[in-house]
Ligand binder design. Sequence first.
Ligand SMILES: NC(=O)c1ccc[n+]([C@@H]2O[C@H](COP(=O)([O-])OP(=O)(O)OC[C@H]3O[C@@H](n4cnc5c(N)ncnc54)[C@H](O)[C@@H]3O)[C@@H](O)[C@H]2O)c1
Length: 355
Amino acid sequence: MMRMDFNRTVLVTGGSGFIGSHLVCSLVHRHPDWRIINLDVLDYCCSRRSLQSVEDRTNYTFIRGDVCNSRLLNHIFSTQNVDVVFHLAAKTHVESSFESPSSFQRVNIEGTRVLLSAAHQAPHRLHRFIYVSTDEVYGAGLGQGFDERSPLRPNNPYSATKAAAEIQVTAYWDRYKFPVIITRSNNIYGPRQFTEKVIPRFLSLLQSNRKCTIQGTLPKSRHFLFVDDAVAAFLLLLEKGIVGEIYNVGTSCEIPIMHLAQELVKMVKNVADSEVDDWLEFVPDRPRVDLRYPISCEKLQQLGWKAQVTWTEGLRHTVKWYHDNPDFWSDTSEEQRPITAELCCSPDRTDALYD
Ligand SMILES: NC(=O)c1ccc[n+]([C@@H]2O[C@H](COP(=O)([O-])OP(=O)(O)OC[C@H]3O[C@@H](n4cnc5c(N)ncnc54)[C@H](O)[C@@H]3O)[C@@H](O)[C@H]2O)c1
């Protein structure tokens, strides 16, 4: 298909990452008449294998590049007639954000500014700019949960940069009526998530006969959303979301981290109930960890979205995938792996793994 034959051009930033790769695959397969451009720097958390199923598709283009590179971004927007942007490129590991906040500020805040500026100045008028943010911008919560009007009280450098990026996105709506939509999602899980995040982390520990590490004594929990349901929400918002609005994306499936570890032990180790806790190890807490992030998703549900994948199905599918793909990240090249990535992946690392 010739370039001019495509009905829509969609730019996904961070399309080689965990959520981005599921979004790109879904877009490429479902919409052969749309051209999907993936702009990604290929950070340590990516494997080229994530996008193998679309690599040869004529409606897929990969650009290896940095979202902070204004020359590159201006070139893309002045030549590619981009209609839609899904902005996912980000530094995402909370613990690393304490160790190197400036790299988070550069990519998450400056990168968003560069992208907004290039998209806004493009000769071809953009139809939608969808910024994928996180429930962590609300900070910790109790009770019924935050709705989209709740104040932002981020508690770590990662969520602070996501909140700062959101404010820039909102400013483009307020100032220019630039057609933005912001999403704030729960913890998303599923196949191809890098091993620094809690579910793959516990699985990789168990697969190497190590114990799951539980931080501190305070009961922490997270709401988990299966990645296909998150992608479905983003695609629905592209069609039905109202510009200038923010949408929480999540489930009522709140799982205490301790239960998550116990459930994974049962599934992977197949041990008697009395032996499950032998596979847990208690380690010191990091300071100021948010205990839970409850959100209300009524606004998104009113557009017709509902999570389709149950926790049991999603977890079973995810555990099977990690079992079948133990060497998935072995193609990640050395130059893609900064020191922090090595630390995150090391079985000796026991801290900060819930986000
Ligand atoms: N995973 C979750 O639970 C979750 C929940 C809510 C929101 N989010 C948001 O969704 C987005 C994607 O998250 P993920 O879990 O897939 O993360 P990820 O770390 O797997 O992917 C991030 C992607 O961004 C790319 N990237 C990093 N720096 C870049 C740069 N300078 N230029 C271009 N690309 C760059 C990386 O190479 C990677 O492909 C992020 O914006 C994150 O804040 C994630």
